[in-house]
Write a protein that binds this ligand. Structure first.
Ligand code: GLY
Length: 129
């Protein structure tokens, strides 16, 4: 598969993952992730979290009532053998407490591993600006 097609595929998978997060679509999120996924994210307060249970908590709370649009700004994809690294600034458009549209941003790096015929999400790091 040419490198450009791989990069496009990884971007599409990553967008699907982000959409699943904001839709609280656990089934899709679980399908895309390796069960041993690791992460650093602000919710983990500086700890490396392993596995899916930590993430399930937020999905069980349900999706936001507000309309949400999530964008990967200036995404960069690097493929190293069977590993794909997707880095971008995540922009989330939503309604603020007063009902006006606001945009939140954070930095994300998500790592994907080719496992057989598919890619699985194996690690991510999210930082707030
Ligand atoms: N907190 C779940 C994720 O960002 O993948």
């Amino acid at each position: 598969m040419p490198q450009d097609s791989t990069a496009a595929n990884l971007l599409a998978l990553n967008q699907k993952l982000l959409n699943a997060i904001f839709a609280a679509d656990w089934k899709t999120y679980e399908q895309l992730c390796d069960p041993t996924i690791t992460c650093f994210e602000p919710e983990a307060k500086g700890h490396l979290v392993s596995g899916m249970a930590f993430h399930r908590y937020y999905f069980d709370l349900g999706a936001s009532k507000s309309a949400v649009n999530v964008t990967m700004a200036e995404p960069h994809v690097r493929v190293v053998g069977d590993v794909g690294i997707v880095s971008y600034v995540r922009l989330v458009q939503k309604l603020g407490p007063d009902g006006s549209p606001i945009t939140a941003q954070c930095e994300e790096t998500r790592v994907w591993q080719r496992q057989g015929d598919s890619w699985r999400h194996v690690h991510f790091h999210r930082s707030l600006p």
